[in-house]
Design a protein around this ligand. Structure first.
Ligand code: NI
Length: 178
């Protein structure tokens, strides 16, 4: 079990545009993904992108098979490893909801996202992933994939009156380190 350090906002490595993964099903890739799941679980993250641990690759993980204490009301999202993702919005629907980020600890903000998306990419073995999703699942994918183009959720906030400390906005929420 290896828990990696999560980079925090202000670190320039979070602002890079990550290159695609070109080799699948390698020992190094499996080890990296294992470390990312260990790290995400240790801090009850909803997702984690490789750039957040300083690895400049188009690789995100998200989802759990159990309720996340940081997002107790969120629907379950299947545990997913996604490489070289491409997101296509479906329709023009948008909705705003609260987001947090392990690279922006202690804060939450109201972020607009596409309500319905299709996302494609590959798993760690190079098998195709192609899903059409909505709501929280779509939000998590958009948030994580933003990390691959150097975007953190505060850059998406439109109304900064809806941005603040988790402990103030949601007193009583077991948000851990977030
Ligand atoms: Ni994040």
């Amino acid at each position: 079990m290896t828990i990696r350090e999560i980079l925090k906002m202000g670190d320039e490595r979070l602002l890079r545009v990550a290159p695609a993964v070109t080799e699948f099903d390698t020992d190094a890739l499996h080890q990296l993904i294992s470390d990312m799941f260990d790290t995400m679980r240790a801090v009850s993250g909803a997702g984690l992108a490789a750039p957040q641990i300083g690895v400049d690759l188009q690789l995100v993980i998200f989802g759990t098979d159990e309720v996340n204490p940081r997002y107790p009301d969120a629907p379950l999202v299947p545990r997913t490893v996604l490489l070289n993702p491409v997101i296509t919005p479906i329709g023009t629907g948008e909705e705003e909801d609260w987001e947090g980020c392990l690279s922006v600890p202690g804060l939450r903000g109201m972020v607009p996202r596409h309500t319905h998306i299709r996302y494609t990419g590959f798993d760690q073995y190079g098998d195709v992933i192609d899903r059409t999703v909505e709501g929280f699942h779509a939000r998590v994918v958009q948030h994580e994939c933003d990390h691959l183009i150097g975007k953190l959720y505060p850059m998406r906030i439109r109304d900064f009156t809806q941005f603040g400390y988790t402990s103030v906005l949601f007193p009583g929420l077991d948000a851990g380190d977030d």
